[in-house]
Design a protein around this ligand. Structure first.
Ligand code: THG
Length: 384
């Protein structure tokens, strides 16, 4: 039996915790000192449901670090090597936050309310402390706080239909990584087209806990015919989609250029960023890559080997029921990437040879054929 998680004030609950538990959450992880569900029916069953219907996720743990004041934009730009000079209100930006050596501190979604008002919707590290430290050290004219905002994600192919039933037709006009402030029973809530899956969907930044409960209930009552279900970030889906998890696939020991986040690093832009010089001068020592392993594997150790030499480590993995293989993300040294010698890993079935892939996986190029739910045979030559 898995040990239970003892919940206290340090492992903060959310306005949705009672509902999540009433609906049968099976496991939690702790993220930003807060509860994050990891499974409801089971990771595989949740996966198929997410890909076919619509789910409501309590992602309150994606806390907002709010930066307000005349120097707000300056502080955000200091923290990230991504050029924000053309950012407009109404937009969201996925960006790395890095220290002065170019090492990753977090990979939030930044939300621009105005030049003097930003949110960082953070992954699992204490960005508020970093922001305060820089603001104090550089005497910036800003306030840094963590407001009471609890994001609720509505994800899956039927998410737009469900959101329209609640917020109206203009939900359809919100473009990917854009947001609008929409009315919910007299309360304005920020609604963005975003979320930690590639199945499409929205995130509602709930700013009133009581209203949040009412909203949760309405999502379920209005979505019954859409087979709405509670869900959470899904390990299988996010690995198939190549979405990286800070603390798992990357951490304080990686630069964004070692994690394939190059397109979010503006190496040639003229920006005032604490990390940009270090990143311009850095040489990646390793890369985050994909590994494909035949069959359903349970890895007994996380090392990746080139003959006897350990050349990398698996950072996350999951059985992909759609492609019938085990997919892994792994941090591999440059030597592993340049070799013709095959790489191996260790599973409870013995030593396994793996195929190296770029991230995100290109299943077509890998020659992998998609299976549909409840079918053991491929239905077409084309991945869905
Ligand atoms: N939603 C919100 N906050 C978050 C997350 C989220 N904070 C923590 C964590 N997730 C941040 N990490 C990511 C990683 C990837 C993406 C979003 C958040 C993502 N990436 C797209 C992709 O990779 O294709 C597109 C990014 C782009 O190019 O703009 O969506 O999920 N509120």
């Amino acid at each position: 039996m898995m040990p239970a998680l003892a919940v206290s004030r340090r492992t903060r609950s959310t306005p949705f915790t009672s509902r999540v538990e009433a609906m049968g959450v099976k496991a939690y992880t702790v993220y930003n000192h807060m509860l994050l569900p990891t499974a409801f029916k089971g990771v595989e069953e949740d996966y198929w449901h997410l890909c076919e219907h619509v789910q409501v996720w309590d992602v309150s743990c994606e806390r907002q670090v709010e930066i307000t004041g005349p120097d707000a934009e300056k502080l955000i730009q200091l923290m990230t090597p991504r050029d924000l000079s053309s950012a407009r209100a109404g937009q969201c930006f996925y960006l790395p936050i890095c220290d002065e050596k170019g090492m990753l501190i977090n990979d939030p979604i930044a939300i621009k309310h105005s030049d003097s008002h930003w949110w960082l919707s953070i992954a699992d590290s204490d960005v508020k402390l970093l922001a305060k430290g820089i603001a104090i050290g550089m005497q910036l004219d800003v306030e840094v706080c963590e407001p009471e905002v609890w994001p609720l994600a509505v994800q899956g192919p039927k998410a737009e239909e469900l959101m329209t039933r609640i917020f109206g037709e203009h939900v359809r006009d919100i473009r990917f990584f854009n947001y609008r402030n929409l009315d919910y029973r007299g309360t304005k809530m920020l609604v963005a087209r975003s979320g930690w899956s590639k199945q499409g969907g929205f995130e509602i930044y709930v700013n009133d806990s009581e209203m949040g409960g009412i909203l949760w209930d309405e999502l379920f009552s209005k979505g019954e015919d859409l087979q709405v279900a509670p869900g959470c970030p899904n390990l299988i889906e996010r690995i198939e989609s190549g979405l990286l998890s800070f603390g798992n696939d990357m951490d304080y020991g990686d630069t964004p250029l070692e994690c394939g986040l190059n397109k979010y690093v503006s190496l040639t832009a003229d920006i005032n960023s604490l990390s940009i010089d270090a990143l311009r001068n850095s040489t990646p020592r390793h890369q985050l890559v994909g590994l494909v392993c035949q069959g359903q594997q349970s890895f007994t150790a996380m090392g990746v080997y080139m003959q006897e030499l350990c050349v990398g480590e698996i950072t996350s993995y999951a059985w992909s029921p759609r492609y019938g293989v085990t997919l892994a993300m792994a941090r591999c040294s440059n030597v592993a990437l340049e070799t013709d010698v095959s790489l191996t890993v260790n599973s409870d079935a013995g030593v396994q040879t793996v195929v190296l892939s770029r991230l995100p996986f290109n299943f077509n190029d890998l020659g992998l054929i998609a299976h549909e739910a409840n079918q053991s045979k491929p239905v077409s030559g084309k991945p869905v």
